[in-house]
Structures are given as C-alpha cells and as structure tokens.
Write a protein that binds this ligand. Structure first.
Ligand code: ADP
Ligand code: MG
Length: 313
C-alpha cells in the first residue's frame, strides 16, 4: 500500500473510533491468526456486581459485609468496588443502622462507616489482606486462603463451585485464620461478544481467552461466548507468555485487553488492541485503541487492514 493508502485507512479508522498507531500495525492486522481476549473488562462489561453473600461462621450479616468492605477499601480492583458498593448499600438501606439519606449522601459517606484497616496489601491475582482490630483479614480467591493455611470446608467448597459453574467469581473471606463467608460476583458479557467471536471464526481466526480468574468461572464464561481455547489462573506477567506461546510457530497474534495487567501482553503481541475505556497503561502499550469500547471494532480493524493491503496485490 502507498503511504497515502495508509493515511486514508488511518483516517477511516479514526472516524470509526479505531485509533491506529503506525502503518506497521495496520499492515500486520490483516495477517492475524489468533485473537487473544482478556476476560474481565474486555469480553465482559467490567461492571462486577455482588449477587450473593453467604456468611458461614454465625456472624451478623451487616458485620460481615462491613468487615469485607473495610478490607477492600484501599483496593483499586473492580471486584473491590463491587463489594464496597454492595456493603454500603446494605449498611445504609437494608441493615440495622438504616438512615434516611439519599444515594448521594451515601456516596459522600464513603469511608466514615468502615473500620480502620492497617498493614493493607494487595496480592496480584489473589486478593487483599490487612489487619482490622488486631485480626488478620483475607479477602480473595482459594489460592490466597490456601497459601495462608486456611481450611476450606467441603460445604464452602461446594458453594464456591456452584457459583463458578454459573460463571460467577467466588470471593472467600477469612478472619483470624477462619473462613467466615463467601461472596458471589457476576460480570455480564458485552452484548456483542458472541457475534464477534463467531465472526472471527468465520474469518478463519482462532479466538482465545486469557484471565487471572479461576478455571471453572473462565470455562463457563468462554462457553457462553463461544471460545474453545481458554487459559485461566494466569498471573499478570503470564499473559505475555501466553501471547508468545501462540507466536512460536510464526503466527501473527493480536491481544485485546483493558487492564494494567494486560499491558505486557499488549506489548508482546504483533497487534495490541486496547479498549478505550481501559487503563492508560494498556492504551500506551497497544498499537490500536478501540475508542467505542465495542468489540465489533476488532473485526473493523482487521477488515480495514485487509482492504488497505489487498489493493497492491
Ligand atoms: P483478571 O485477569 O480477570 O482481570 P486479576 O488478575 O486482576 O483478574 O485477578 C485474578 C483473581 O484474583 C480474581 O478473579 C479474584 O479471584 C482475585 N482478586 C484479585 N484482586 C482481588 C480483590 N481486590 N479482592 C478480591 N479478590 C481479588
Ligand atoms: Mg481486564
């Protein structure tokens, strides 16, 4: 393609909310063999909601939610936001300390109702831990609890499995070495996800899903969206390794992601596509930015490349 053709294509892309950084990535997109999708915030809306909270240790429900929210208050993770929102709503509208405040008041009262947490740390791919009132509180996945030597009873395990099989993420909560409850968090698929996956397959492109979430939830989500190749429980650094493993035989690989933990993979891919609504770090690492936050633009980008570069043949 001539420089003019590349310039025209870049302009057409921009008009459709597809920002293309450079002619090389525009050229590579036509040869893509695999498109690797991050799960949370890329295939799903990234708006997690708590759908169920189960308390096991005979603790008061409001007390349980307040404790979990206090532990998550310093976390930036979408799961943490979902938990805080749910606990806050319970505290102000459903719990015993009911106030007659509006939703706005509730937002203003962000942290005043929480316990002070000290020694907070976020463990990537695991969850959070902190100390509240002299007790060590852990909120996260199985691995986090197992690594701290906390026993997960068969009752708790089967509850978590049930959540995961219905595509939800189970978040376990332990206090002072004892498992006290489980939260179920749901995150819906983007409405166009299924059609886009089907479209890629028709183009002879293999879609893949990669996530830090657990295998069971990952498989359930992949099944819903029609993706057969899934990589789950991948640590943030591991996503780039997944990209490289698909490049081994010389295949051209695209990665689509939104999070900080996707940026090494976006950089490693031949074609990195960041969701415009995603984090700045992901946007910087990518060759393409999909401004409309619509997965159909993955196909738009590949089509644009094909049209631009077929003219010279
Ligand atoms: P993803 O690749 O889906 O964006 P992450 O690598 O961010 O996932 O997290 C992987 C898993 O670690 C989550 O599914 C969750 O089980 C656990 N986790 C991470 N951060 C938190 C948190 N702040 N609270 C609870 N669980 C968390
Ligand atoms: Mg993500």
């Amino acid at each position: 393609a001539t420089p003019t053709a590349v310039m025209v294509a870049t302009g057409v892309g921009a008009n459709n909310g597809v920002l293309i950084k450079g002619g090389e990535s525009l050229e590579r997109a036509q040869m893509v063999k695999y498109v690797i999708f991050d799960k949370t915030g890329t295939l799903t809306q990234g708006k997690a909601t708590v759908t169920v909270a189960k308390v096991f240790a005979g603790m008061d429900r409001g007390e349980f939610l307040k404790l979990v929210a206090s532990a998550e208050a310093s976390s930036e993770h979408p799961l943490a936001k979902a938990i805080l929102q749910y606990a806050r709503h319970f505290h102000f509208f459903d719990g015993s300390s009911l106030t007659n405040g509006s939703q706005n008041d509730v937002n203003e009262l962000k942290s005043g109702w929480l316990y002070d947490a000290s020694d907070f740390s976020a463990i990537p791919g695991r969850g959070v831990q902190c100390v509240i009132d002299g007790q060590r509180v852990l909120v996260g996945n199985r691995k986090l609890l197992e690594e701290s030597g906390i026993n997960i009873s068969t009752e708790v395990e089967s509850f978590v499995v049930e959540l995961e099989e219905s595509a939800k993420t189970g978040i376990l909560v332990a206090c002072d070495g004892i498992l006290i409850g489980v939260l179920g968090v749901a995150d819906s698929l983007k409405r166009e996800a299924f059609v886009v996956i089907e479209g890629l397959q028709k183009m002879g492109i293999t879609p893949v899903m990669v996530t830090g979430d657990n295998w069971r939830t990952a498989r359930a989500v992949a099944k819903e969206v029609g993706i057969r190749d899934v990589r789950a429980e991948v640590m943030p650094a591991g996503k780039a390794d997944v990209v490289r493993s698909f490049q081994k035989d010389g295949s051209i690989v695209a990665m689509v992601g939104d999070g900080i933990n996707d940026s090494p993979a976006l950089a490693a891919a031949d074609v990195g596509m960041a969701i415009g609504a995603g984090t700045d770090i992901a946007i910087e690492a990518a060759n393409y930015v999909l401004m409309r936050d619509n997965l159909e633009d993955v196909i738009t980008a590949i089509d644009l490349s094909k049209k631009t570069f077929s003219r010279i043949r």
